[in-house]
Design a protein around this ligand. Structure first.
Ligand SMILES: C[S@@+](CC[C@H](N)C(=O)[O-])C[C@H]1O[C@@H](n2cnc3c(N)ncnc32)[C@H](O)[C@@H]1O
Length: 345
């Protein structure tokens, strides 16, 4: 009902399935009962812009939200409307507001919810700016990620209100839960459960387009810079706890593999704002050639981050707390080590 037609994730085959076609009905049933996200919309670069989240992710988020009778909830990212339907069933339709920046998503979700007899308030709005018309809220759940808590959110929650969002940079992040206080500061932590949402698209939080990123990584793969070798295997980024720590340390950085047909493969790290870059050539034993350029030495910084992460006993996202001060600064702390970092990721 919420996703009659979708594309599967690459890890599940990547094909498109149309449940309204009788011949595809069985494949559709198998797909919707898998614990996978279903991609339902794409931009001009074919990058997914909406999905029906995996059932386990929806369950993790709704549990962490801890709603109670009498509370009001704002969802940012209506998407298919499935999560809004679950919230409206759990509380009441009039307790739920859900906004999406894409008018088509809102219109389709409204049709589906109406068929189910559910009437939450759905609106087309940029959730980065919250949705003042129905504020204040007791709970704010974002089903798209942001690099920091959008500042407008704090003033639109009641004291004691909870914000739940995947705080995510371009290569790592984690689900965070914060409680807002009367002076519009907030305190919370990253949760042990990991989710990975697509970014909120907002003029307030511009995302680099896929084609722009492709151009950047292509340039880095051929650029001249300072060369040496490193024994830090880029495969370390597959460890979510280190990837999270690296993103915290290298705020604003992104990474990408680049492979040339019949040629070398590189792991690239780029910090677009400072134009700094590093590339590590893969498949050359345990001493990898690394070349760096720009204002910063990103690989040096990553090696230092890795050494620190090990010295700190390899902390995981749930070891970090977040505080938003009345001055609006968003600080991530690792209490056991008396260390702090700043958002955005
Ligand atoms: C992962 S989908 C949401 C899934 C949804 N909760 C469901 O139950 O199907 C993310 C949604 O966030 C929306 N979105 C992206 N940027 C937004 C923004 N700035 N404000 C509101 N919605 C946004 C997208 O259009 C997309 O529909």
């Amino acid at each position: 009902m919420f996703a009659s037609r979708f594309r599967l994730l690459q890890s599940s085959g990547g094909g498109t399935i149309d449940g309204t076609d009788a011949a595809q009905r069985e494949a559709w049933l198998r797909a919707v009962y898998r614990n996978d996200s279903l991609l339902t919309d794409f931009d001009a670069d074919d990058v997914p812009t909406s999905s029906c989240s995996a059932p386990s992710v929806v369950a993790i988020m709704l549990e962490a939200l801890q709603v109670a009778e009498g509370q009001t909830v704002l969802e940012i990212g209506t998407g298919t409307g499935w999560n809004a339907a679950l919230l409206a069933k759990r509380l009441r339709s009039d307790a739920i507001t859900s906004v999406d920046i894409n008018p088509t998503h809102v219109a389709q979700a409204r049709e589906r919810l109406t068929l189910l007899g559910l009437t939450p308030t759905l609106a087309v709005a940029d959730g980065y700016l919250c949705y003042e018309q129905r504020a204040p809220y007791d709970r704010l759940i974002a089903t798209a990620s942001a690099r920091e808590i959008p500042p407008a959110w704090l003033g639109q929650l009641r004291p004691g209100g909870v914000i739940l969002i995947d705080i995510r940079g371009s290569f790592a992040g984690n689900l965070a839960r914060l409680t807002v206080t009367a002076d519009q500061s907030a305190h919370g932590r990253f949760l042990p459960e990991s989710v990975s949402f697509m970014p909120l698209r907002s003029p307030e939080q511009p995302c680099r387009s896929f084609s722009e990123l492709g151009g950047l990584t292509g340039r880095v793969a051929g650029a001249r810079g300072e060369s040496r070798t490193t024994n830090l295997d880029p495969g370390i980024f597959r460890q979510p706890a280190f990837a999270f720590f690296a993103q915290l340390t290298l705020s604003g950085a992104l990474n990408a593999p680049v492979a040339f047909e019949d040629g070398p493969s590189f792991f690239c790290v780029i910090h677009p704002d400072s134009q700094a870059w590093a590339r590590v050539e893969l498949g050359t034993g345990t001493d990898y050639p690394v070349t760096q350029g720009g204002e910063r030495r990103l690989w040096d910084e990553l090696e230092a981050a890795h050494a620190l992460w090990q010295r700190l006993d390899q902390p995981s996202p749930e070891d970090f707390t977040i505080t938003i001060g009345i001055n609006g600064q968003q600080v991530v702390s690792l209490a056991q080590a008396d260390r702090t970092w700043h958002l955005p990721l």
